[in-house]
Write a protein that binds this ligand. Structure first.
Ligand SMILES: [Ca+2]
Ligand SMILES: [Ca+2]
Length: 255
């Protein structure tokens, strides 16, 4: 159809006395949809031909923005030339369009899609809780704010508290018999009861957090502890002990 149209146009120009013969438009063929992993460069190769052997300008657009132009010299009319574009594309679906234009302004376009996938889960690099020690053990529910640092290879992340546990029964003897000793009240917040068994060595709450990336990949869970010491003379009771407790032996009795 294109040849036929060109022929008609050529005849029309000749008939009207215009000396320039109309040219056939180039033909661009796009590759099918492809997928790459996040962070890996994507290469898209299109085939371009120009029936008149004219030079071509090939413009690449990604998601509507022109980002590469290839200038192809005039060549054998039958030659099919390959033109490529390589870039690290953003996560998700990217629409690639390729337009070839000859010096007469005749053009052809095609489009394809490159899907960038994220298959690597995020990593929680650290978790902290504030406060990390509850004192005095007055049975009040204390608001704890948890902070986590999360990294991901590709996309934005979110994280949240997924569970809380205690090394003591919520109704252990001497614990005040006040069940529901914790309440998760936000992705990054939990209320913990400031109490421990009088006969124990201190209560340790374990808060577990988990992160997700934009593709829904879940991190390994990571934990942080909040303690209610048996008594403050024993040190601050957290997992790191008390660096200031130089007289450690003199404090508390362990169990
Ligand atoms: Ca042409
Ligand atoms: Ca990821």
């Amino acid at each position: 159809m294109k040849t036929s149209l060109s022929l008609k146009l050529a005849i029309a120009f000749v008939a009207t006395g215009i000396s320039v013969l109309a040219q056939a438009p180039p033909v661009v063929t796009c590759p099918p949809l492809s997928a790459v992993l996040c962070g890996s460069p994507a290469t898209v190769t299109a085939q371009v031909s120009e029936p008149d052997g004219q030079a071509l300008t090939v413009v690449w657009a990604v998601n509507g923005a022109n980002i590469q132009t290839n200038a192809l010299p005039a060549t054998n009319a039958l030659a099919v030339q390959e033109v490529s574009f390589t870039a690290v594309l953003p996560f998700g679906t990217n629409l690639i369009s390729i337009t070839a234009t000859d010096p007469d302004g005749n053009s052809d376009s095609c489009g394809t899609t490159v899907v960038v996938r994220d298959v690597v889960p995020p990593v929680i690099t650290s978790v902290s809780a504030n406060p990390a020690v509850l004192w005095p053990p007055n049975h009040n529910l204390i608001q704890i704010t948890v902070h986590a640092d999360v990294t991901d290879d590709c996309t934005a992340t979110t994280w949240k508290i997924i569970s809380v546990s205690s090394n003591e029964s919520q109704t252990a003897k001497g614990s005040g018999h006040t069940p529901a000793d914790w309440r998760i009240n936000g992705d990054h917040k939990v209320k913990l009861r400031a109490e421990r068994s009088g006969k124990g060595s201190g209560r340790i709450y374990t808060i577990t957090v988990q992160a997700s990336d934009a593709a829904g990949n879940l991190s390994n869970p990571k934990t942080v502890t909040v303690t209610v010491p048996h008594d403050m003379g024993k040190g601050n009771g957290n997992a790191n002990g008390n660096a200031n407790d130089k007289n450690g032996k003199g404090h508390g009795k362990g169990k």
